[in-house]
Structures are given as structure tokens and as C-alpha cells.
Design a protein around this ligand. Structure first.
Ligand SMILES: [Zn+2]
Length: 452
């Protein structure tokens, strides 16, 4: 009995040991959970100048994918048609990239046609693409988002490749003054990529990114793609295409005798091939903190100065918005001061002076939004007083000069009553003085009966 048990334990221990050894030996060649082979991803170099190596002397093969097409219009907003916009940009990117040496450039499609995401990735695989760049324009459901962003794969090494490209693209957009929404990866249900073009490409061993150039439905972005009539500007869409090509050229270290540029020694942002860039990992939680504090209530000029502070430890804060009616309605999103989703930085707190509607007692709530548009609301701050209404022109200066800051009536309704009483007393006094004056002026000398 004991012998059998010892024999069994020795045998099972041996199996475990052999399995572990085999696991270690084959470790580098085992497929990723998503089914992708890591062949070509075994470079375990930290802070490599360029993660994605292409064969020496061979041409770099790039595939440009104009987003949408055919019945798939993409974003349709105020005369903007995404499928047409992406084609303009993609063609300009194509033309520009052809000016570089040692590069092959393909478009997934050139006609306005339907093409599945899988077919686009398969096309890239057929031409042995080193990279697929999917060109897009954005819009948001409530027309409140603005900024430019790049979506990359959740899987290493494609994550790192995408990050290095995205950084090159966004870096220049930041210099142009565009708002940074960052380089992000979005996991789907099964742990691989949510976005089909990235998922299908990764399954075929091709790194892919989605370039969301800007939001066509928000004024602060529309300036980068619209003409003066508010329609898509061909020149601006083409400029985006050229910018895409420049980022690709820097990414692959290309050279162009036609353009007189040489990026062959160009160093990219440090990244890794065996794990995701932390900044790209999706933050599933809203910011941890958001506070609002009122520094000054200026009743005379009807404005209020707030100190807003918020913390998100896992992603960058991008926007804030505020409510004056206790959180029922919020104004448009404003850029969070110091927000830079590319650098991963934002100001922890800031001051802002806002106009207050006269005759109201603001009930202030502030929202802080992170890179994934998740937000946290501050607690409610209620003004103890009503901001006085603009006094009518006929009212005496006495009323105007009331300095409500000196009033310390705790309940807002009492302020009304107080001001009403003061107004009545002042009016009554004024009326009395006027009557007395009139009485003096119009008084006839009283006849003294003795004067007769
Ligand atoms: Zn799109």
C-alpha cells in the first residue's frame, strides 16, 4: 500500500517536472491566448529604438485601409460622410508614401465599395504587409467629444508596434494644437481585440492601428478638417494623409530622395514587445476622486471662482464639465487643464471663474472625465445666497450699492425677504422725504386772523 503510494507520487512528480521543463523550453514558441504565434516577437529588448524589424534590404510593405465604404457610410454628420473623407485622406497618404524609397504601398480598396474587416486583413496578408493603417474620422453620440486618438492591439508585440507608430502620429498633432485622446487598446469579450480590423489583422500576424483623426461634429476639432463653410475641406483631409505618411516613414525609418528626408537613424519612443504599454491598457474604472470648492462668490459681477481637483491613478483626465442646477444638466466638456494623454499628465487641480445667471442660487456639480470617457461627479455645492438680479434703472443707487457679501443670512429665502424689507423701507423713506419737500414748497402762508 505505502509502496504503491510512494511510486505514484514519484511518477506524478516526474510528470509535473517534465511538463514544467517542456513548458520552459517551448515557452517562447507557444501561441498567445488569442491564437497568435509569437514568432518574430521574441526580441526581448527593452527600450529598443524600433520594435518592429523588417528584413534587411527588403521593401517595407504598408497597407492603407480607407475606413468604411459602399453601404457602410461610417460617420454621417452635417454633410460629413466618413467613407468619402477616409478615401481622400487614404489616397493622399498613399501618394505621399510612394515618394519614399524602398516601400511598397497598397490600398485595401479604391472604389466606394463594401468590404468586410476580415477581407481587408486578408488582403494585407496576401501582400505580406508589415503593417495595416486604418484611416477613420470620428463623431460622438452627444457631439461632445473632441481630440485625436490611435487604437492599437491589446496583444504584444502588436501593442508595442502600434504604440510606437501612434506616438509619432500624435506627437505632431499635439504640436498643431490638437487635443490628445491618447493611444489606447480595447479588449473584446474573449480577451483579444474589440475592433475587428485590429483583431483580424493580429490573427494573421499583421500589426494594425485605427487612426481616428478628429471629430467631425465638434467645433474644437472641426477646424482641423472643415473649410469655412463647415464642410469637409479636401486640403485638410489630404494634409492628414500626408501627416499619416510622415509618421509611417519615421516609424519604419524610411528615406526619400524625392522629399530630401532621411529617417533611417530615427529613434522611436521606448516600448516593449512582450507586454502592453501600460498607458494603452484600458482603465475600466472612473476617476477615483473629484472635488469642487468655491473660492469666491462675486455677487456684484455675478461670477463664481471654483477650485476643481480630481485624481485618476490609471489613466489621464481629459475633460471636465459643470452643472449649475445640481447635476440635472451639464455644459459642454472643456479640456482638463494640463491634460496630455500622450505624456499621461494632467493638472491635479485648477481654478476657474464662471459666470452665474443673476437671480439664481447656483447648485454646482463638476464632472471629471478620463481617457475612456468614464467620469466621477463631485459632491454638490449649493450657494447660500441668490445672486442679485440686475437692478432696474429706476431704482435708487441705494439698492445697487448693497454689498451682499456682507450678508450672512444662512437660508437663501431670507435674502429675498431681507432685500424686500430694505427696498420697502428705503422707498418709504424716500417717499416721505419727497412728500415733506413738496409740502414745504407748496405751503401757502396761513392767514392769521389778527392780520385782518
Ligand atoms: Zn470610422
Amino acid at each position: 500500500m505505502w509502496n504503491r503510494l510512494v511510486r505514484f507520487m514519484t511518477w506524478s512528480g516526474g510528470v509535473a517536472l517534465r511538463t514544467a521543463l517542456l513548458w520552459c523550453v517551448l515557452g517562447g514558441f507557444l501561441p498567445f491566448p488569442g491564437g497568435q504565434s509569437v514568432s518574430g516577437a521574441t526580441l526581448r529588448v527593452q527600450a529598443a529604438p524600433r520594435l518592429q524589424e523588417t528584413a534587411q534590404g527588403e521593401k517595407v510593405v504598408t497597407v492603407i485601409d480607407p475606413g468604411h465604404g459602399g453601404e457602410n457610410f461610417g460617420t454621417v454628420e452635417n454633410g460629413h460622410l466618413e467613407k468619402a473623407m477616409t478615401m481622400t485622406t487614404a489616397l493622399a497618404m498613399y501618394e505621399e508614401l510612394l515618394l519614399y524609397d524602398n516601400v511598397e504601398v497598397y490600398l485595401t480598396h479604391q472604389e466606394d465599395e463594401d468590404m468586410s474587416l476580415k477581407a481587408r486583413a486578408e488582403f494585407a496578408a496576401q501582400v505580406n504587409a508589415d503593417f495595416l493603417f486604418s484611416v477613420h474620422y470620428n463623431a460622438s453620440a452627444n457631439h461632445e467629444l473632441f481630440g485625436t486618438e490611435v487604437w492599437v492591439s491589446v496583444l504584444p508585440p502588436y501593442n508595442g508596434y502600434g504604440y510606437q507608430f501612434g506616438y509619432e502620429f500624435l506627437r505632431d498633432r499635439r504640436e498643431e494644437g490638437m487635443f490628445m485622446r491618447g493611444i489606447k487598446a480595447r479588449p473584446g469579450d474573449s480577451g483579444n481585440d474589440y475592433y475587428g480590423i485590429i483583431r483580424h489583422s493580429a490573427a494573421l500576424n499583421i500589426p494594425a492601428v485605427i487612426i481616428e483623426h478628429c471629430h467631425v461634429d465638434e467645433a474644437r476639432d472641426a477646424v482641423y478638417c472643415d473649410d469655412e463653410q463647415g464642410q469637409a475641406s479636401q486640403e485638410k483631409l489630404q494634409a492628414f494623409g500626408k501627416a499619416d505618411a510622415t509618421a509611417v516613414a519615421r516609424y519604419f525609418g524610411l528615406k526619400s530622395s524625392a522629399l530630401g528626408v532621411d529617417y533611417s537613424g530615427y529613434e522611436l519612443v521606448p516600448s516593449e514587445t512582450d507586454q502592453c504599454v501600460p498607458a494603452t491598457v484600458r482603465d475600466e474604472t472612473e476617476p477615483e476622486e473629484c472635488h469642487v470648492e468655491v473660492l469666491e462668490s462675486d455677487y456684484e459681477n455675478a461670477q463664481i471662482t471654483l477650485k476643481v481637483s480630481a485624481v485618476d491613478r490609471e489613466s489621464t483626465l481629459l475633460y471636465y464639465s459643470y452643472s449649475f442646477d445640481g447635476g440635472v444638466t451639464f455644459g459642454r466638456r472643456e479640456p482638463w487643464p494640463g491634460s496630455d494623454a500622450l505624456a499621461g499628465t494632467y493638472d491635479e487641480s485648477f481654478q476657474v471663474t464662471l459666470p452665474v445667471a443673476r437671480g439664481t442660487a447656483p447648485r454646482i456639480v463638476v464632472r471629471a472625465y478620463n481617457m475612456y470617457d468614464l467620469y466621477r461627479e463631485s459632491s454638490l455645492w449649493e450657494s447660500p445666497q441668490i445672486f442679485p438680479p440686475q437692478p432696474p434703472a429706476w431704482a435708487g443707487m441705494d439698492i445697487v450699492a448693497v454689498d451682499t457679501r456682507t450678508l450672512t443670512v444662512p437660508e437663501e429665502n431670507k435674502v429675498d425677504l431681507f432685500m424686500l424689507i430694505k427696498f420697502c423701507v428705503n422707498s418709504a423713506l424716500g417717499l416721505c422725504m419727497l412728500l415733506a419737500l413738496l409740502h414745504c414748497l407748496t405751503r401757502r402762508p396761513r392767514r392769521n386772523p389778527q392780520d385782518k
